[in-house]
Ligand binder design. Structure first.
Ligand code: C2E
Ligand code: CA
Ligand code: CA
Length: 539
């Protein structure tokens, strides 16, 4: 009886050891570390020892008490090993998980869970190494959300993050599993597509953009985020990861420059590509000497074609004749206080020009763009009042254009500044209407005379029933608030005629006239003066 019990105890201990041995082998298979492997021979040795002891007991006719006690110890040892081993393997699993998480966090963006820039660079580099073996080309797409900084300022960064997470979720839904998707910086995503020769890149981008053209919700507002895409190909457009990414970025900026939804890299685009810090340094020097010029774009007054109106648009030309677009440098100037100096310069140059024209008995209206930062400038209103006095012009010839977003940042403060400016006798206009996130009740409280519908709604009006409805209702709304309506970006006669037929008060765009330098503007004014006097004579 004691003999059987002793043998059973040793066998049970041995089975426990075998199960611990199995776990140690599977742990080693996962872990592959020598320290984990060292368990295996030790445990095998133990199992062998148990087998020998069990056979020794089986061969004996009678068992003494000490041999029974040793069997109990063997049994306890087996159980002890199983317990120790389960603790060891649990803590090793925890360590492995923590290591995995750390590696994952280092390579992923916490907000969207997507691979970050570091992971992206290493993946592109890996693709480049693989290319040498498999000749598999790939394309890098940069998707940049337009105007995201404004949105962050209006809605706070926290809400901006919510939108980014929604945007990335939608992007994830769109891409196939084998497409590598990363968030490479704030509002910028990158997508890696292998074998681009099998894909129609333009159609692919159009599909992405139409998939993303879906309202996201924040604060119960439906919001349409637009984006611009830039593409560069390997091996055609660069030899390493940084170069390929930079070139995709250059093409994205080129697309923005011409307000195209996307662009594929063209080597000529990089001759004049300056990054933000280069532009900021160059702008600093340009501001010291006020190295700018004003262009004037004519705006057609539907109700009074003889009343000339211009929008003053700033131009900055570099030494080599390259003209930097205001869309590229105004945001940089806005990040520093430079914009205030620029706005003061634009105002003074415009008003001085109005005084020159006044001496020639020409009294056009001029619209001047004012930046969001100008609304924080306590000096703006006294400065403007001083200029009107100094040059002795009629303030009613001047309209200041402010974007919707700039008014919504701090509506109460904007209202105070605008009321003061309005008292000077100057008109006020809301620029780029429709692209911001304004609330109607706030707008109706602002001392506004005019609404300029952004060209993104105007350009495709004849083909988009959605945009047509937006433009029609904006005209209706503006008129009910006693505001005039300007349509921007009108490039064809058909579009101009249609806008007039639905009640637009002013038409601006290449159809009526492009921005002109001063000499061209003078010629334009002379010509329209001659036409007006001919009409007057005929009457
Ligand atoms: P914006 O105020 O919306 O000015 C109209 C822009 O549309 C101008 O671009 C003009 O050249 C362009 N444009 C006019 N008609 C058409 C058309 O039919 N088709 C197309 N595709 N474009 C047309 P620009 O001069 O490059 O100015 C871009 C933006 O830079 C302006 O947009 C404005 O926000 C800013 N900006 C320009 N000048 C100044 C300035 O003096 N001060 C400030 N703060 N911002 C300025
Ligand atoms: Ca404008
Ligand atoms: Ca505009």
């Amino acid at each position: 009886m004691i003999k059987t019990l002793s043998i059973v105890l040793v066998i049970l201990g041995m089975l426990a050891l075998i199960s611990a041995l199995k776990s140690s082998i599977s742990l080693y298979r996962r872990d592959r570390r020598p320290s984990t492997f060292s368990f295996v021979p030790v445990m095998l040795g133990f199992v062998l020892g148990y087998m020998i002891y069990a056979s020794f007991l089986a061969l004996k006719s009678e068992i003494i008490i000490i041999e029974f006690i040793v069997s109990v110890v063997f049994f306890g040892g087996g159980i002890f090993c199983v317990m120790i081993f389960s603790v060891v393997s649990q803590s090793m699993e925890r360590i492995a998980f923590a290591e995995f998480q750390q590696r994952h966090n280092e390579a992923h963006d916490p907000l969207t869970g997507l691979p970050n820039r570091r992971f992206l660079i290493s993946t592109i580099s890996q693709h480049i190494v693989d290319y040498n073996a498999n000749l598999q080309r790939f394309a890098v797409f940069i998707i940049d959300i337009n105007n995201f900084n404004n949105l962050n300022e209006v809605f706070s960064h926290q809400k901006g993050d919510v939108l980014l997470a929604q945007f990335s979720a939608r992007l994830k839904e769109f891409v196939d599993e084998d497409v590598f998707l990363a968030r490479c910086s704030g509002n910028r995503f990158t997508l890696l597509l292998t074998n681009p020769e099998n894909t129609n890149i333009s159609a692919y981008i159009e599909n992405i953009q139409s998939y993303l053209d879906h309202p996201l919700t924040i604060n119960d507002h439906d919001m349409n985020l637009t984006n611009t895409v830039g593409v560069a190909l390997y091996p055609e457009h660069g030899s390493n990861a940084e170069e390929i990414l930079k070139r995709a970025e250059i093409s994205m900026y080129s697309a923005k420059r011409i307000q195209a939804p996307y662009a594929i890299y063209e080597p000529s685009a990089s001759t004049h590509f300056y990054d933000q810090s280069e532009l900021a340094a160059m702008l600093h020097n340009a501001i010291a000497t006020m190295d700018f010029e004003l262009y004037f774009q004519p705006v057609m007054n539907v109700h009074n074609p003889h009343q000339t109106t211009f929008e003053a648009l700033i131009r900055w030309t570099l030494g080599d004749g390259y003209s930097v677009r205001p869309d590229d440098f105004i945001p940089i100037a806005e990040q520093t206080n430079a914009i205030k100096k620029i706005s003061h310069w634009v105002l003074e140059t415009t008003i001085a020009q109005l005084a020159v024209w006044q001496k020639q008995s020409i009294t056009p209206q001029v619209q001047v763009n004012i930046s969001v930062k100008d609304l924080e400038d306590e000096n703006l209103e006294p400065y403007l009042a001083g200029l009107i006095k100094k040059y002795d012009i009629n303030p009613a010839q001047l309209t200041l254009e402010l974007t919707e977003t700039s008014m919504m940042l701090n509506p109460a403060k904007a209202r105070v500044v605008l009321d003061k400016i309005k008292k000077l006798g100057v008109y006020l206009s809301i620029d780029d209407f429709g692209t911001g996130f304004s609330s109607l009740s706030i707008l109706s409280n602002m001392p506004i005379d005019e609404i300029k519908i952004d060209r993104s709604f105007v350009t495709d009006l004849l083909y988009s029933s959605n945009h047509e409805a937006i433009v029609r209702s904006t005209i209706y709304l503006a008129h009910s608030l006693d505001c005039r309506v300007v349509a921007e970006g009108v490039e064809t006669e058909a579009l101009g005629q249609y806008l007039m037929s639905i009640g637009c008060d002013k038409i601006q765009g290449y159809w009526y006239g492009r921005p002109m330098n001063l000499a061209q503007t003078d010629a334009w004014l002379n010509e329209s003066l001659q036409i007006s006097s001919k009409v007057a004579n005929q009457n």
